[in-house]
Design a protein around this ligand. Structure first.
Ligand SMILES: [Fe+2]
Ligand SMILES: [Fe+2]
Length: 150
């Protein structure tokens, strides 16, 4: 059984999409590419939710997004350690927080996706990632830029 189709799927999908804003670019090519990739995977997830509606496909896309988030976080953390970034611990703690929550969200998707409000779930992940990018990752990018110019 699919998800209950929203009354206006196209509008719902548009409202949930993560439109890339150049303000989110950090000027660090590896990090920017990862962030754009996360936005694309997120949009693919939203598309499945509002167009395909198959919970199994949704779960697969959801897992794929989370595993890329995990890989990206590990990359940033390695970079922070290698370059002696002072705020590594608090930044890594933020990453850990989302990954722990993602565990719980994945469990909910698996056990009762049609009952659970998946649109709220994807919105939560989007806002979390955007807030983290513009707040914590931006500070990291500033450090990387300063380090390069020394
Ligand atoms: Fe980060
Ligand atoms: Fe990041």
């Amino acid at each position: 059984m699919g998800f209950d189709a929203p009354t206006d799927s196209e509008e719902e999908e548009a409202a949930h999409r993560w439109e890339w804003d150049n303000e989110m670019n950090m000027g660090i090519p590896t990090i920017d590419a990862d962030h754009r990739d996360l936005a694309q995977r997120y949009n693919a997830l939203v598309q499945v939710l509002f167009r395909n509606g198959d919970p199994a496909v949704f779960e697969k896309c959801f897992r794929s997004l989370i595993s890329q988030v995990r890989r990206h976080f590990a990359y940033e953390q390695r970079l922070m350690i290698d370059l002696g970034y002072k705020a590594h611990d608090s930044h890594a703690a933020e990453h850990e927080k989302l990954l722990n929550e993602a565990e719980e969200l994945t469990r909910r998707v698996r056990t009762g996706a049609e009952k659970y409000d998946c649109s709220a779930l994807v919105q939560y992940i989007k806002y979390w990632l955007i807030e983290h990018i513009v707040r914590d990752d931006r500070k990291l990018a500033r450090f990387l830029h300063e380090r390069r110019s020394v």
